[in-house]
Design a protein around this ligand. Structure first.
Ligand code: ADP
Ligand code: MG
Length: 385
């Protein structure tokens, strides 16, 4: 029996009907583009959130998290926008969204355990939602794990759980990554129409590694910054007479920027439009095996996020500079920013040096030690047992 199944039996008194899991993610490139109808390129992480679950015949949710260290009961009928609060919103919200979708869900006993660091920008929230969503799909016969369109529908329910019930504005990349990514491949996600394409991503065959640095920097007072960026993009799109910044032609960017009076809107727009173009370039470079070019695009993305979009922070900048200084082809912050994690594309022979350089740079500044680990592209949400 898996350890989460054992915990489930200890907490709820009987073995779970099954065990499901879903991965965290890192976005290779295409940051703050999802809510602009743009492109993103995530991979699923090997680190996963596991949910041991049993269906109930009533409408009660009994939820236990090893990380939260508590068991909480929530009647499904009490779930809605803003309720419940805290971590259970991410779980209860999925059941609520599926029921809102007209699907026949009932209560569940759920035990979750996670290897995805929580709040590190590696999407523990979507891993949690999607692991529970996968369980609900199987236990209530919803068929939402069958093919990519079904998985996309489940991803949408998980997005509504996070947006509406947990009250966290997210653009949808995280849930798509957890449900649609494939092992050894990156997911090219077109957020304008939800179209996806699987792009081969096997760095080890090319003698390289992807090094993740969880800076462990959590910045307070950044609440609202994400919303402000979204609003700025909406204002820029409306001033330019387009639905989203995706519609701005990169070749006509200078002319578009000249039409924006506000310098902040110009910089936000420049980031989004050039970042979407960089995703296309990165896909072409990956397909062509041109990792130097991928590295160059990582560096350009970071500069754009740091200077034009202003969502980086000292810890992210230092981790990126240290990795590049120690031989990485490129590095960039990944995820929403203001803390969280960075990624570096490093030749295998320089991986140790890059990790050491990041650790030393943090130690020199008196910052607490970051967590560094190499990752490969893992499988999506699935039933494990
Ligand atoms: P990220 O998704 O980058 O890790 P978020 O702030 O989006 O950061 O999500 C973190 C939140 O998700 C936590 O505060 C908690 O409410 C919830 N969460 C994620 N994983 C777990 C878990 N294993 N147990 C309980 N809550 C979790
Ligand atoms: Mg999250």
């Amino acid at each position: 029996m898996t350890s989460v199944a054992g915990t489930h039996r200890d907490v709820f008194g009987s073995a779970p009907e099954g065990v499901w899991s879903a991965p965290g993610r890192v976005n290779l490139i295409g940051e703050h583009t999802d809510y602009n109808g743009g492109l993103a390129l995530p991979i699923a992480l090997p680190q996963r959130t596991t949910a041991a679950c049993s269906a109930r015949t009533d409408d009660l949710l009994r939820l236990h998290s090893v990380q939260a260290g508590e068991t909480v009961e929530v009647p499904l009928g009490d779930v809605g926008p803003g309720s419940p609060e805290g971590w259970t919103a991410y779980v209860a919200g999925v059941l609520w969204a599926l029921r809102e979708d007209g699907l026949p869900v009932r209560g569940l006993d759920v035990t979750v355990d996670s290897e995805v660091p929580v709040g590190a920008g590696l999407s523990s929230s979507a891993a949690l939602e999607c692991a529970v969503g996968a369980a609900a799909s199987d236990l209530f016969g919803l068929g939402l794990l069958g093919d990519d369109p079904a998985r996309a529908r489940l991803a949408e329910a998980c997005v509504r759980a996070e947006n509406d019930v947990a009250g966290a504005a997210t653009g949808g990349m995280d849930q798509s990554a957890a449900l649609l990514c494939r092992e050894g491949e990156a997911l090219l996600l077109d957020c304008r129409d939800g179209a996806t394409e699987h792009i081969p991503f096997d760095l080890s065959a090319a003698g390289h590694v992807l090094l993740v640095t969880d800076t462990r920097a959590a910045h307070e007072l950044t609440d609202g910054q994400y919303e402000q960026r979204r609003r700025a993009c909406e204002r820029a799109a409306s001033a330019l007479g387009v639905g989203t910044l995706r519609e701005v032609d990169p070749d006509g960017l200078d002319a578009a920027l000249a039409r924006l009076e506000d310098d902040e809107l110009r910089r936000r727009t420049r980031h989004v439009v050039t970042e979407i173009a960089r995703v296309e370039q990165a896909v072409a470079a990956l397909r062509g095996g041109e990792l130097d070019e991928v590295g160059r695009l990582f560096r350009a993305s970071h500069v754009s996020l740091r200077d034009d979009y202003e969502v980086s922070c000292a810890e992210l900048d230092v981790s990126v500079e240290a990795a590049v200084g120690a031989g990485a082809l490129g590095a960039r912050m990944t995820g929403g920013g203001f803390g969280g994690s960075s990624i570096a594309l490093v030749p295998e022979g320089s991986a140790e040096a890059a990790e050491r350089a990041v650790r030393e740079a943090f130690a020199e500044r008196g910052w607490s030690a970051p967590s560094c680990f190499a990752v490969t592209a893992g499988p999506p949400a699935r039933r494990d047992a």
